[in-house]
Design a protein. Structure first.
Length: 278
């Protein structure tokens, strides 16, 4: 079980157009189809390190219909040691509906996180094989520069099963509640903040709170961003914390082969990025 502990807000990319979990960004006037690309110094999802502190190249496409319906796809490289045995890529597919009434906005939808080539069996799933996945439904609301969102896992959370006293039980029902603020200062400058809380079903030491504060600057359509992200996740590698992640995780017929190099995946870190929407 310690091997499972070594491997298991907001996928965090600093640049808002590249955030998969915010669902489809608003399309440019006259164009329902948009694309985005980002380069980030470290990929954080809900405050947790997904690339072992290394950079990530990310991008996606979105289609937003005038009716409010939208669909999209977003992708990023990841580290297999972040809980995706043999996996190197994250692919997100989402769709939903957005509506606005004055300054008030509503967003409801669903998202599937998919890691092609990964082996979910090592995480304790009932399946003999199959890629790591996470399926969520979400509802969000916004008012001016403030927003909130709740995401609910309708299957095992990233293919994990319970541990400790709940060993082998489903993690379906894991929820993530977040509050966000993004304020335009003018002249291309902006500030943003986030706080989120993950309640993981049937997993000891799986719950945590994450937060971030950041600044952005738009230069001719290129958005440069910097932020500080931190969590209170149990990631101490000296005490076998649940969020102590290995550099890599290979799957050999269902047996975990973890690298010897580990990091606290919930540690505080400064992240910088540059992004562009088209």
């Amino acid at each position: 079980m310690k091997k499972l502990l070594l491997a298991t807000l907001l996928a965090f990319t600093l640049a808002a157009p590249a955030l998969a979990q915010t669902a489809a960004p608003e399309a440019a006037p006259g164009s329902p189809l948009t694309a985005n690309v980002s380069l980030v110094s470290s990929y954080r999802f809900r405050g947790i390190d997904q690339t072992f502190g290394r950079p990530a190249l990310q991008g996606g496409v979105d289609y937003a219909h005038a009716s409010g319906l939208y669909v999209g796809n977003w992708n990023s490289n990841v580290s297999s040691g972040a809980g995706f045995p043999d996996g190197k890529l994250e692919m997100d597919f989402y769709g939903g509906y957005k509506a606005t009434l004055g300054d008030v906005g509503l967003d409801v939808g669903g998202i599937v996180y998919y890691y092609p080539g990964s082996e979910g069996r090592t995480l304790g799933t009932n399946a003999d094989s199959g890629a790591v996945t996470n399926k969520e439904i979400y509802v969000g609301a916004s008012w001016k520069f403030l927003s909130a969102k709740y995401s609910y896992s309708v299957d095992d959370y990233f293919s994990l099963r319970g541990n400790g006293a709940n060993d082998g039980k489903s993690t379906k029902g894991t929820g993530y509640l977040e509050a966000n603020a993004s304020y335009d200062l003018g002249d291309g400058w902006g500030i943003n903040g986030h706080v989120g809380r993950l309640n993981m079903k049937n997993v000891a030491n799986g719950d945590y709170t994450d937060w971030k504060i950041g600044v952005t600057k738009d230069v001719s359509g290129w958005v440069f961003a910097a932020a500080y992200i931190d969590t209170n996740a149990k990631g101490s590698c000296s005490s076998g914390g649940f969020y102590c992640f290995a550099k890599s995780w290979d799957d050999d017929r269902g047996v975990a082969d973890l690298s010897s190099s580990t990091k606290d995946a919930g540690r505080g870190i400064a992240v910088v990025s540059v992004s562009r929407s088209f």
